[in-house]
Design a protein. Structure first.
Lengths: 114, 112
């Protein structure tokens, strides 16, 4: 059981370039999330998904798009990267039943936009 | 919507001393509460959680937390800190909308 994995681990982009971050989970979780982590601000929710084919905006969605074509994968896209998107990005997932709301996190992707 | 405040940005504690990290939440109903730990360069690991029952919850690595409804608090404690406890700690609150709200985090430094 790999849990939640993220690809890539590190990336450097130039302003205006695009990229896609991949999150995969093998726990058959229904819900998946993308967060960004910035110093002094904790984790802020970018987008989330409550099931295959569905996505919703979180707290800071501007400049990002997501897709959930398969239950196990949740993709985060940056169409035109900006320096303000320099951050560490975390993916998380959780099950629907059990109602404890515990989220399982991936190891993170460190993105630098120059 | 729910929110979380961690009043202490940084705490320094001596190895072997006790540690208490504060967390206050805002939510109208009974929340789901969590403490996560993040070691440098790593992802988040769940320390403990509360969603019902006994208000004193035990977690991994010798940590415990107490839910106090009257104070809207969920403070994390450890009786004797080890050097490996140096990390950033996040309190989070969940509601019935699938989401968690995180505090800004408390960085713990352990001195020898």
């Amino acid at each position: 059981n790999a849990g939640v994995t993220q690809t890539p681990k590190f990336r450097v982009l130039k302003t205006g370039q695009s990229m896609t971050l991949l999150c995969a989970q093998d726990m058959n979780h229904e819900y998946m999330y993308w967060y960004r982590q910035d110093p002094g601000m904790g984790l802020r929710l970018i987008h989330y998904s409550v099931g295959e084919g569905t996505t919703a905006k979180g707290e800071v969605p501007d400049g990002y798009n997501v897709s959930r074509l398969k239950k196990q994968n949740f993709l985060l896209g940056l169409e035109s990267a900006a320096p303000s998107q320099t951050s560490v990005y975390f993916c998380a997932s959780r099950m629907t039943s059990g109602a404890s709301h515990e989220q399982y996190f991936g190891p993170g992707t460190r993105l630098t936009v120059t | 919507a729910q929110s979380v405040t961690q009043p202490d940005i940084h705490i320094t504690v001596s190895e072997g001393a006790s540690l208490e990290l504060r967390c206050n939440y805002s939510y109208g109903a009974t929340p789901y509460l969590f403490w996560y730990v993040q070691s440098p360069g790593q992802g988040l690991q769940l320390l403990l959680k509360y969603f019902s029952g006994d208000t004193l919850v035990q977690g991994i690595k010798g940590f415990e937390a107490e839910f106090k409804r009257s104070q809207s608090s969920f403070n994390l404690r450890k009786p004797s800190v080890h050097w490996s406890d140096a990390a950033e700690y996040f309190c989070a609150v969940g509601a019935d909308d699938y989401k968690l709200s995180f505090g800004a985090g408390t960085t713990v430094t352990v001195r020898a």
